[in-house]
Design a protein around this ligand. Structure first.
Ligand SMILES: Nc1ncnc2c1ncn2[C@@H]1O[C@H](COP(=O)(O)OP(=O)(O)OP(=O)(O)O)[C@@H](O)[C@H]1O
Ligand SMILES: [Mg+2]
Length: 505
């Protein structure tokens, strides 16, 4: 059907509807041999839906897929994989209680003379880990790995099938800068061998480095395409969200209140290694103040926030909320007192997949609706509706299953859920992960608004630009300690230098 030999796969007039939702409205899309085609678009634009169709996860409502000039219908992911199309999913799909090796070979075990050839599988797994420059033993259980390492395993699994077309849906959302660099090296190696890549990311600058062809999807339709050499970041932002994008600035015009959250000399231990992940750290945050914690992956940011929220034990030190010591209080008790955490791994820790959007949103606030045996439905409904509005969740309504939301919109549910509890101090671990650039500025704007009303905000980020969006104070963490503290007028380079990162820009 297609005459251009460089186009390995093309999609024609793809329509996908879910009930009343038109996820894709007649999309034409081409994948070029040995090139990286990047799909940009807001949360809910239809990126994952299109990729799921091209990899056999789901079928289109109408439209055709042409592979090597021939019309194909993928009946399953195995069918697509057999024809050379492999996908790295946005939501990690690993079995947590199985080893790295067993996850990589799940469903396509290598057979030897006497059954599954465990040793060969382990050897190949070790080879993949070497290629990805990740020091992970093939026999480690996936649940013992940090989120970024799990993402690496997901990538390794996709690489192991030697696909001709490799789709990467947000492969780097939890990776460190150096892990991203390695992945990009691997991608360049693959494309030089003729493998075609489709890449999706909300890290726009990063994605632009690897892109050959850029495609922008908006509300289920393609609105712009270009060769990467002809475009810049501004072009992407403009085509994704239009003119209304605002990077944000710290809220002003009010005085901070008393110290809301006080962290004193806190240590968190890595028992297995006998090392300190958080090393005698102290930090005070006043009511109304927004503090950003910047650091590289492994600097101890997640551990610090989890320790404050009561998810991991303190080896020593104390955490106080409005002057009262939180020692011994459970996570739920801390929430009831006004301290909440939006966790890093929102898929696993933040959402109940069997529940609706509304149930997930109101879950953490449930005690405020329960009067004896009765739940106040109207109050719950009002909370759900305002949460959907506040964090701009794109959903058919509060009754929709959580799984029907796009990845980024699921993330917004967790943020909305925690804000709905009416906290006086909120901790957010990488709040913008998986969230599009427009929604990101909305979330930061909302945090600014709440801070002006007295909320103490602490958020962590590994994107230096995000430190400058709303924070009054920027705290840099390095090896479990605070290595520098800055005001909002600091430069990106100063922040990066304090984190131990090589400053290249
Ligand atoms: N299984 C489903 N049931 C109902 N609606 C769905 C389902 N999957 C996706 N949708 C809807 O289709 C639209 C496109 O979603 P999709 O996941 O493709 O977005 P996306 O561009 O990948 O966004 P993100 O950047 O947040 O990952 C959204 O409105 C979403 O709610
Ligand atoms: Mg998606």
């Amino acid at each position: 059907m297609t005459a251009d030999p460089d186009i390995v796969l093309s999609a024609h007039d793809i329509v996908k509807t879910y009930g009343a939702t038109h996820a894709l409205k007649g999309v034409n899309f081409e994948i070029r041999r040995g090139k990286v085609t990047t799909l940009f678009g807001e949360n809910g634009a239809g990126k994952s839906t299109l990729m799921k169709i091209l990899s056999g996860v789901t079928v289109p409502t109408s439209g055709d897929i042409v592979l090597d000039g021939e019309k194909v219908v993928f009946s399953s992911t195995v069918d697509a994989r057999d024809r050379g199309v492999s996908i790295i999913h946005q939501e990690l799909s690993l079995a947590p209680n199985m080893s790295v090796r067993d996850n990589i070979f799940l469903g396509r075990e290598l057979r030897g003379a006497t059954g599954v050839d465990d040793a060969e599988e382990a050897r190949q797994t070790a080879g993949l880990m070497r290629e990805l420059e990740e020091d992970i033993d093939p026999l480690t259980l996936v649940e013992e790995l940090r989120l970024g390492q799990q993402q690496i395993v997901e990538i390794a699994r996709a690489l192991s099938v030697n696909a001709r077309i490799l789709i990467m849906d947000e492969p780097t959302s939890a990776l460190s800068a150096s892990e991203v660099e390695v992945l990009f090296k691997v991608i360049r190696d693959l494309t030089s061998r003729g493998v075609s890549i489709v890449y999706i990311s909300h890290h726009l600058e990063e994605a632009l480095q690897i892109t050959d062809y850029a495609v922008v999807l908006r509300d289920g339709a393609i609105t712009a395409t270009a060769e990467a050499r002809d475009i810049d970041l501004q072009w992407i932002v403009q085509n994704m969200v239009g003119d209304h994008y605002d990077r944000g600035s710290p809220p002003t015009g009010y005085a901070f209140g008393d110290v809301a959250l006080s962290v004193r000399d806190v240590c968190v231990e890595d028992k297995a290694k006998g090392a300190l992940l958080v090393d005698h750290l102290s930090l005070d945050v006043r009511a109304g103040e927004i503090v950003c914690i910047y650091g590289l992956m492994g600097a101890g940011r997640t551990e610090l926030l989890e320790a404050i929220a009561g998810r991991v034990p303190l080896a020593s030190g104390a955490v106080r909320l409005h002057g009262s010591d939180l020692a011994g209080l459970s996570i739920a008790a801390r929430i009831a007192r006004g301290l909440v955490l939006v966790p890093e791994d929102r898929q696993r820790d933040g959402l109940v997949q069997t529940m609706s959007v509304g149930e997930n949103l109101s879950l953490a606030s449930i005690s405020s609706f329960v009067r004896g045996m009765l739940t106040s439905r109207p109050r719950e409904r009002a909370l759900v509706e305002s949460a959907i509005r506040n964090v701009h969740i794109k959903t058919a309504g509060g009754g929709a299953p959580i799984g029907s939301l796009s990845g980024g919109n699921q993330q917004k549910v967790v943020i909305g859920k925690m804000l709905a509890t009416g906290p006086t101090a909120i901790l957010l671990d990488e709040p913008s992960r998986g969230i599009d650039i427009g929604a990101k500025s909305e979330v930061f704007r909302l945090l600014g608004e709440k801070a002006a009303q007295g909320l103490a905000v602490v958020y962590s980020t590994s994107e230096v630009q995000e430190c400058l969006s709303v924070a009054h104070r920027i705290v840099v963490m390095r090896k479990g300690r605070i290595s520098a503290t800055f005001g909002p007028d600091v430069s990106k380079e100063e922040i990066m230098a304090a984190s131990g990162e090589a400053v290249t820009c």
